[in-house]
Ligand binder design. Sequence first.
Ligand SMILES: [Zn+2]
Ligand SMILES: [Zn+2]
Length: 202
Amino acid sequence: MAGLSLRCGDCGVQLRSVEEAQAHAEATSHTNFAESTEAVLNLVCADCGKPCRSQTEVDLHKKRTGHAEFTDKTMEAAKPIDLEAPPKPASEAMDVDASGSAEPQELVSPEVNKEMLGELESMGFSTARATRALHFSGNSTIEGAINWLSEHQEDPDIDEMPMVPANTVANKPSLTEEEKKIKAQELRCFYKPFMNHGLVVK
Ligand SMILES: [Zn+2]
Ligand SMILES: [Zn+2]
């Protein structure tokens, strides 16, 4: 049968659920938990309703308060330990999130078309300005970049190098027809040796 409690092998305390065991492990660094078929005691004081989990706790409570009547509700509170799907403590999940987003991201200047950048620079635009214009206009044409510049020349950060996260995929122009042909040619050359050996079945 399923265990009714988890017993800490380090200090012997009984825990009612995986959550309690996790809390105990966090508080004490104890890690040796074993399933136990003994339910955790749940002796409820008839006078004040205080639940006690052990005979020691009952004795202490009796001494401290003079209360004497206890009701054994052990079996009412006992639930089988579910080791199959221990729920993730919310605090832990949040920690992971926080550390993930707090990680400083490396920023780099965006990849732009070098030829167009050179052309813009030769027209008298600063490198930062030209890079910014190419990046934000989609990195496609000189005209697009100049149009972007004419609309944004009043921007306060126009002469600052734009920065993008290092892992951002570079904004590359799509392949021209000529480039596509070359790529296809390369692929054919790559597959040819395999074809000759009959390894590629078409
Ligand atoms: Zn312990
Ligand atoms: Zn009491």
